[in-house]
Design a protein around this ligand. Sequence first.
Ligand code: S3P
Length: 174
Amino acid sequence: MMRKNIVLIGFMATGKSSLGRRLAGRLHYRFVDTDQAIEEITGKTVEQIFRQDGETRFRSEENLLARKLSKQSGLVIATGGGMVLNPENVALLRQNGVLIGLRADPEVIIQRAKGKRRRPLLNRGDLRSNVMKLLREREGAYDLAEFTVDTGKLSLDQAYNEIVQYLKQSGYLS
Ligand code: S3P
C-alpha cells in the first residue's frame, strides 16, 4: 500500500516541526522539515535567504521543494507557515498527501515566538503587531486542512494522539 505523506500546515509557531518529528519517529515515516530542507539545499539560513535574496527567492525554493516532495511517499512533512499560501504548492502536496492543520491562539503563538530570532517575518519590528497583522492577512488560509488540532490547548502527546486517531479512522494509517 502506498503510504500517503502526512503534511502539517499552519501558522508559524503552531508546533509543526515538533509534532512532525514525533509523528515521523513513532510511525516510522521519514521526516522532512521544509525550512530545514531549504537551508540544506541553499547552504543559507531562512533568515539569510530573506535578507540577502528576498522573500520571492525563498518562495521559489519552497515551490521547487513542493514539486520534489510531491513525487515521494511515506513522509511526514512539516511545512513553513507560508507554504500553502501558493495554491500550486497545495495542489502538489495534496497529490500524494493528507493535509493536517495545526492552530493556536495569538497569545500562544506570541509566547512561543518570543526570543527566537529565526523568523524574518516576525522579527522585524514589533512581534505582537507582526503576528496580529499576518494572522489577519492569512485568515482562512489554513482551512484547507482535512483535520485541525489546537496545539495551544493540547499537550504534544494529546495532539499526536488526535492526529493518529484521525489518520486511522480515515484509512490513511493501518
Ligand atoms: C514563514 C514561516 C517560517 C519560514 C519563513 C516564512 C511564513 O516557517 O518558512 O520564515 O511565511 O509563515 P515556520 O512556520 O516553521 O516558522
